[in-house]
Design a protein around this ligand. Sequence first.
Ligand code: 13P
Length: 257
Amino acid sequence: MPSRDRHHRRPIIAANWKMHKTGADAGAFFAELIQALGNEPRHFAVVAPPFTAIAAAVEAARDLPDFAIAGQNCDWRASGAFTGEVSAPMLAAAGCGYVIIGHSERRQFFGETDESVNRRIRAALDAGLVALVCVGETLAEREAGQTEAVLTRQFERGFHGFSSEEMLHCVLAYEPVWAIGTGRTATPEMAQQAHAVLRGLAHQLGGGEVAHHLRILYGGSVKPDNLTGLLAQPDIDGGLVGGASLDANTFAKLLRS
Ligand code: 13P
């Protein structure tokens, strides 16, 4: 059960299903999740299904309080001849409240840049969505001692041109690329160090209020047995979870960690 006194930054546990689950799978997941959760206190939850399962997830989560559905990406244009793309207003109309932006898999495999991330954040906010913005260094960058420089570049370019007010409609996720899907979690101390850097950047760019309120989630092999240690760190305000979010009972455990 959530035990920390952190009224100003309620933790968020976000499930990134990546390219897993159909609409029918989403329905089954939520039926099981609702059973597992009961009425016990838990963290705020976000679930990001593939686009084709969003409608089913929105429907299944309709009566769940403190719950939002997210897209895993959005285009920066509202509509047009862009085959295969989905826009932020479309996600909002489908019932999403959040959208993940700049996930490392998008950056690595689909050519996304800090500049396109910046445009996508703008589109998300214009559509009334909370932008869940991902940053994080690769193993090579960490080993070369560039972690702080990489985070600074991604943060400054990603949020370039945004007001403090707008930054308050964003959630940040620190996902070290070497910890994603590898079973290799950053230690709570390592993650805290990176989160402190990010909160410092939020202070520089957005001021004290943004630094105080901005939630910074950790992502990368989060599991029920390591989440509590991560959440105990002062600047870790939740988790962005891949593999362990696919099972409803495991996700329920994470929501109560
Ligand atoms: P895993 O939890 O599977 O390592 O994935 C993390 C992630 O990329 C969440 O966005």
